[in-house]
Ligand binder design. Structure first.
Ligand code: ADP
Ligand code: TRP
Length: 327
């Protein structure tokens, strides 16, 4: 039997280079490897744990689907669906939540961050976020999960749940591992923290034009361009990291040599980098433009993806219910 893979992204806005390099690239690699059966979704239920707009929720969901497909997810190779369409998921989430302590959930770093970010919105679903994610993954008995490094604490919970269920109820869940890509931590354009949808000015979107990319890079803070140690944090580090991803390791090393010797001219570095990023994004944007004109096609593949996912999900749920003595 093929090994299974599951991943998802919340519907909080269009994808940026961090999402692309940290998650989507890994999703593509596994989709194209015939040893794996891949399940990819839009995590709409997880989106509800932080403040959201009802009005444009559907279009936010479609945005992720469009970004996925234009980046190369192929519905012939993977099942593509919307998380909430799989009814079995919430039942499994409830069953798993009986096996996880409140204290364990309160110690998850992402929960602590979200409490700080939204102190007036500390809802029960936020606390249960990792349990829903564990159910997402284990519903398909996935062994690999392509996500960025920030999701590691959630994967740890999924492994703990798998272990506990297997020990206590004799189920056969695998312990899922993160599928690691080179870009699993893309730093922010602001020079502080990671590139993120929720930090303004931190990211470049897959849909950005060349002009916008240039404008965004122009704002990245730099230094004199010269010194006796190449910075390993801040704006210069972000630029060099992006150079490595889009122009290659050699190019980065050349800039590093320049930094230690004659100095870097940031205006030309940014110009070249913008061109290199846009070169990779252009075909993605062209595919997106076509897909945007075909909403029926999108509906059709989501329906097919749901059917495929539901088949696996219903088998797993029945196994768990039997194992727990519910049926
Ligand atoms: P954001 O932090 O921008 O809201 P999400 O939390 O929706 O992004 O993340 C979606 C996926 O993209 C996850 O797998 C996450 O690990 C990955 N990801 C997000 N930001 C980055 C980043 N800066 N570098 C690498 N991967 C990232
Ligand atoms: N928590 C993930 C994020 O913020 C989204 C997600 C939900 C997910 N369920 C998942 C990722 C299952 C991988 C597997 O990006």
């Amino acid at each position: 039997m093929k090994k299974r893979v599951l991943s998802g992204i919340r519907a909080t806005g269009r994808l940026h280079l961090g999402n692309y390099l940290g998650a989507v690239k890994g999703m593509l690699e596994l989709q194209n490897n015939p040893e794996y059966e891949t399940f990819y979704m839009v995590a709409d239920l997880h989106t509800l744990t932080t403040p959201f707009e009802t009005k444009d929720f559907q279009s936010k969901i479609k945005d992720i689907v469009l970004d996925y497909l234009s980046a190369g997810l192929d519905p012939e190779k993977c099942a593509l669906f919307v998380q909430s369409h799989i009814k079995e998921l919430l039942e499994l989430t409830y069953l798993f939540s009986t096996q996880v302590t409140v204290a364990r959930m309160q110690h998850i770093p992402t929960f602590k961050e979200k409490i700080k970010q939204y102190p007036k919105n500390v809802n029960v679903a936020l606390l249960n976020y990792p349990v829903l994610m564990a159910a997402d993954i284990l519903l398909y008995k996935a062994t690999f999960v392509p996500v960025g490094i920030d999701q590691e604490p959630h994967l740890e919970i999924a492994r703990e749940v798998a272990r506990k269920m297997n020990e206590k109820f004799g189920t056969d869940f695998p312990e899922p591992k993160r599928f690691i890509t080179k870009g699993d931590y893309v730093p922010s354009l602001t020079g502080e923290g990671k590139m993120s949808k929720s930090i303004s000015g931190s990211s470049i979107l897959l849909t950005d034009s060349l002009e916008t990319i240039k404008e965004r890079l122009a704002k990245t803070p730099t230094d004199l361009g010269k010194g006796d140690k190449v910075p390993d944090s801040g704006g210069v580090n972000t630029l060099l990291t992006l150079v490595e991803f889009f122009e290659g390791k050699d190019k980065r090393e050349n800039y590093e040599k320049d930094y230690l010797k004659d100095g870097i001219k940031y205006s030309s570095l940014k110009e070249e980098l913008a061109e290199a990023i846009y070169k990779e994004l252009k075909p993605i944007q062209e595919r997106r433009a076509k897909l945007e004109r075909d909403p029926e096609y999108i509906e059709k593949i989501l329906k097919e993806g749901s059917l495929k996912a539901t088949k696996v999900a219903s088998e797993t749920l029945l196994e768990v219910k039997k194992a727990m003595g519910l049926v």
